[in-house]
Design a protein. Structure first.
Length: 259
């Protein structure tokens, strides 16, 4: 149980973030949802409250320092503590060959995925230090095990950097009893893929990869947001009190085929 604890969840309005928020709230945690989509934030907050959970929500672009700092400070001041940070928000950007990729696209992906993670962790540290806690960062199989996805250079680079950041933070923060881990999902059944845009010349760098017997060795399907939520709950709880500085792959062994 997470009774009396408080959690910050970025990208908390939908998909894996929303599922994790519902799970942590069901275990007694107060959850603060950060996202850019006001409508989905309101829906997620209402769903949590409908199930007798406690939630706050803030419209927040995690690439903007002032917005992140304000949201974290308001949650911490309102609840008196922060125990759990799920740095989950991220974007893929426009998939494109490196040669023709817009610099603005590269910068946007890095600013949201990597700088956003840094800012979320940075501003939460003073509150986590008071009693210790858990930081969970959503990285990916991309950039850590999988390198065969055409046009994913910006996204995969940001995800590899997140995993490295988690390890650096784990060592730096261990003396404060703050654990830091990265989760690396594979394909998860959310609407995240619908936001992906592809450049017209992406096919020029495509690398055909086929698996005659399918690419989902375990369960023969994509993962579910609830399975991510189970892992986040484990890492947020005392059941994982000796785990820090590691990547945990949650992809049904899919990336072992694709690497």
């Amino acid at each position: 149980m997470l009774e009396g604890k408080s959690a910050i969840i970025t990208g908390g309005a939908s998909g894996m973030g929303r599922a994790a928020a519902l799970r942590l709230a069901s275990e007694g945690a107060r959850v603060c949802l950060l996202d850019t989509n006001q409508e989905k934030l309101t829906e997620a907050k209402m769903e949590i409250e409908k199930n007798n959970g406690i939630a706050w929500s803030f419209v927040c672009d995690i690439s903007q320092p002032k917005q992140v700092r304000q949201a974290v400070e308001e949650a911490a001041n309102g609840w008196g503590r922060i125990d759990i940070v799920f740095a989950n928000a991220g974007i893929v950007g426009v998939l494109a060959p490196i040669e023709t990729m817009d610099e603005e696209n590269w910068e946007k992906v890095m600013n949201v995925n990597l700088t956003g993670t840094f800012l979320t962790v940075k501003y939460a540290i003073p509150y986590l230090k008071k009693q210790g806690g858990s930081i969970i960062i959503t990285s990916s199989v991309s950039g850590n095990r999988v390198f065969s996805q055409s046009g994913f250079s910006a996204y995969s680079s940001s995800k590899a950097a997140q995993a490295a950041f988690a390890k650096m933070a784990a060592l730096e923060l261990a003396k404060y009893n703050i654990r830091v881990n990265a989760i690396c999902p594979g394909g998860i059944n959310t609407d995240f893929g619908q936001s992906i845009k592809r450049a017209p010349d992406l096919e020029k760098v495509s690398i055909p990869v086929t698996f005659p017997e399918g690419d989902k060795p375990l369960e023969k399907r994509s993962g579910k947001p609830g399975q991510i939520a189970d892992l986040v709950h484990f890492l947020a709880s005392e059941a994982s009190e000796h785990i820090s500085g590691t990547e945990i792959f949650i992809d049904g062994a899919e990336s072992l085929l694709r690497g």
